[in-house]
Design a binder for this molecule. Structure first.
Ligand code: HEC
Length: 133
């Protein structure tokens, strides 16, 4: 096989693997015990309670992800890529999935504006404790 051809094949294989992994929900589900849980601020601690009652069914305990929703302790959700307004919009309007093969996230109409803010505090402090942001 010619050298150029080998490179072309290698690129297709690597590109294909990357595409497959990036589309595979399993790669955005983390082992819950691998997540460092910090000493939360009072705001974030209150956010954790709401999160566990409302969001963890899909996003998992410690926001580690499940088959129904991605890990939020993920570089994809750092502030530079998903700023606070994006988190707010996700909760208020729901989400059309764009990071994996998930069903859409429904708008979280049952939570109040104040709860949205403490949920953001919780997600950000959890991210920071895990080297994100
Ligand atoms: C019924 C399952 C479900 C519930 C409940 C749920 N989510 Fe989601 N969430 C999802 C899915 C699915 C996605 C989209 C993943 C993707 O982009 O592929 C998502 C995406 C997100 C995103 C990323 C938004 C973006 O722009 O990409 C945030 C932030 C988020 N959810 C936060 C929350 C919070 C906070 C709660 C609780 C108030 C919550 N979710 C409840 C399933 C859920």
């Amino acid at each position: 096989m010619k050298q150029g051809m080998k490179w072309a094949v290698a690129l297709v294989v690597i590109g294909g693997a990357y595409f497959f992994l990036s589309r595979n929900p399993a790669n955005v589900v983390l082992p819950v015990e691998d997540i460092t849980v910090p000493q939360f601020s009072a705001e974030a601690a209150a956010g954790e309670v709401v999160f566990n009652g409302t969001c963890a069914a899909c996003h998992g305990v410690n926001a580690a992800g499940t088959a129904l929703g991605p890990a939020l302790v993920s570089k994809i959700y750092q502030t530079r890529i998903h700023a606070d307004f994006a988190l707010r919009a996700a909760m208020e309007n729901g989400v059309t999935p764009h990071h994996g093969r998930y069903a859409p996230m429904p708008p979280q109409e049952q939570i109040t504006g104040a709860e949205v803010e403490i949920l953001i505090a919780y997600i950000r402090e959890l991210q920071q404790a895990n080297g994100i942001n």
